[in-house]
Design a protein around this ligand. Structure first.
Ligand SMILES: Nc1ncnc2c1ncn2[C@@H]1O[C@H](COP(=O)(O)OP(=O)(O)OP(=O)(O)O)[C@@H](O)[C@H]1O
Ligand SMILES: CC(C)(COP(=O)(O)O)[C@@H](O)C(=O)O
Ligand code: BAL
Length: 258
């Protein structure tokens, strides 16, 4: 297994989750969030956020829809075209997909930056070391020597040579005001959020309405497939992607779930 492949279940102590359970993904997700809280990586509020997401995933049918896969492909194209791509990591993301985020950063030559709403030095350190355990070399977000304009809370704190200078930012599972502030800075924003009504996906250039445990490996798979594509091919994928249509398709899917 290369450094950056997904850590096998037994390493993440998930072997006791029945792999044939009809809601296996949801059980793994809950388990990782609980362990994240135990390790001081995930904030307790992360459990509420996970619960909100889980409800939407149920309605989506707990699978990657065709429109979400199109968004994941567009995200891969944006990240491959970027000069300074950065993947933002909060406590939920660190608990759910640490190895997968490292693999994606590898595949698109992006930086990883820890960025927290409930910021403490202890959680920043715990998340950085958790990412290194899963293969990360350089982890940004510790310096926090720049501020995103227009935000009055801790999530404004970013690295000057990280998110602040990025042209493309992957922002999973986040609050809409930070997503709005990054958009106001003119950055290309990719948001992963199971709730298409959340503010974050509605301001994103690429809204991915999917569970992050599926979305991140899917973006990586698309990036690896597009690794040798020429710029014109990548630009065509980006241009042909319709963010509004992606949101409408997700809302229609959720309505059909009732
Ligand atoms: N495993 C997951 N995969 C994808 N999205 C998730 C997952 N778990 C939670 N979410 C979503 O992440 C978001 C995190 O909540 P957060 O409070 O940061 O913003 P919000 O509730 O979307 O509100 P707003 O973005 O409008 O401020 C929720 O919308 C939730 O549906
Ligand atoms: C809990 C979280 C999803 C993440 O919080 P943090 O890890 O502190 O960035 C937060 O954005 C929220 O919805 O309340
Ligand atoms: N994520 C912190 C509060 C919110 O915007 O939902």
């Amino acid at each position: 297994m290369s450094d950056h492949e997904t850590v096998p279940a037994e390493v993440e102590d998930e072997s006791e989750i029945p792999a044939d359970h009809p809601r296996y993904t949801d059980l793994v997700t809950r388990h990782r969030i609980e362990r994240g809280v135990e390790k001081g990586i995930t904030h307790l509020q992360g459990m509420h956020a996970e619960g909100r997401g889980s409800a939407f995933d149920y309605l989506l049918g707990e699978e990657t829809t065709p429109s979400a896969d199109d968004a994941e492909r567009a995200a891969a194209a944006h990240l491959l075209l970027a000069d300074r791509p950065v993947l933002s990591i909060n406590g939920n993301v660190a608990a759910l997909v640490p190895a997968e985020m490292v693999a994606l950063a590898d595949a698109v030559d992006a930086d990883l930056e820890v960025n927290l709403f409930n910021r403490t030095p202890e959680r920043i350190d715990a998340i950085a070391s958790h990412l290194r355990k899963h293969g990360a070399e350089d982890v940004k977000g510790i310096e926090a020597d720049a501020l995103i304009p227009g935000l009055e809370h801790e999530r404004a704190k970013v690295d000057a040579d990280g998110i602040y200078a990025a042209d493309v930012v992957l922002v999973p599972l986040e609050d809409g005001d930070r997503a709005e502030a990054l958009e106001a800075m003119g950055k290309t924003e990719i948001v992963i959020d199971l709730n298409p009504l959340s503010r974050s996906p509605r301001v994103a250039d690429v809204p991915i309405v999917d569970n992050i445990v599926r979305a991140v490996p899917n973006i990586t798979a698309h990036a690896r497939e597009l690794a040798d594509a020429d710029e014109a091919t990548l630009e065509a994928i980006v241009t042909n992607f319709d963010a509004q249509a992606a949101l409408e398709a997700a809302e229609a899917r959720i309505r059909s779930g009732f």
